[in-house]
Design a protein around this ligand. Sequence first.
Ligand code: ZN
Ligand code: ZN
Length: 275
Amino acid sequence: MDLLHLLNPKALLIAALIFIPFERLTALHGDQKILRKHWQNDVLTFMINKVLINLCLIATFGLFLGTLTGLIPVSVREFVLEQPLWLQVIEIILISDTCYYLTHRAFHEVPVLWKFHSIHHSVEEMDWLAAYRIHPLDQTVAKIASLLPIFVLGYSGGAILIYAFIFQWQTILIHSNTRLSFGPLRWIVASPQFHHWHHANKPEAYNTNYAAQVPLIDWLFGTLYMPGKKLPEKYGIDDDIPRYYHQQFVYPFLKSSGTDTQPEAGAAAERAGSQ
Ligand SMILES: [Zn+2]
Ligand SMILES: [Zn+2]
């Protein structure tokens, strides 16, 4: 695997060609610039993270996949593989998103992990590129947690590829600066409204909407926050997150600065009462 393949700049270019005009046509915040604050750093983050995360995933899967697969009875893996493709894709989404939910929630509620995840929440202007501002350790752990069970259970390569395609584009879409309504589907399929609230700098919305694809998972765990058709006006966190990639990389390892968890972690209870 060569470096250019790992970097995969084509994926970023394709996303830009689709989402820049799409955001202009359906802008949620119409006054937001295409080249908004710190976009260069987010492009750099995408490029470097792509290499680091892929290398970590290759190493982790190489080390553990064989052993973990051996723990699953062959009959179970055969049953999984014999299911229709569409059913495998649905199951993969539900299993991986539940694993993602739990990991994401831990990154919000465990102090040492929040320091890593706060990099992603430092975005103050939501757009398609914001999806990529993330600490590499945060994304590596989330990807291992959501992908490893799928491979261990023996889902088909075709089903995993379809899932990966849906996940990639849905992740970009839910961050994008778009005023898209999913209608009644918004309870089943994660929408920009759903994930924008996750990034809102508003106490009622803190520590909510952890799922990446299926809001129903948040509903089941009591962390769903979708106040009608309203959308947030302000994003980000109050912590002083440094601006450049190398500073953001070391930020979670440094002592002190910043809050230990997203503030008002107990807001979920209040929120549930007000819904
Ligand atoms: Zn988060
Ligand atoms: Zn996000």
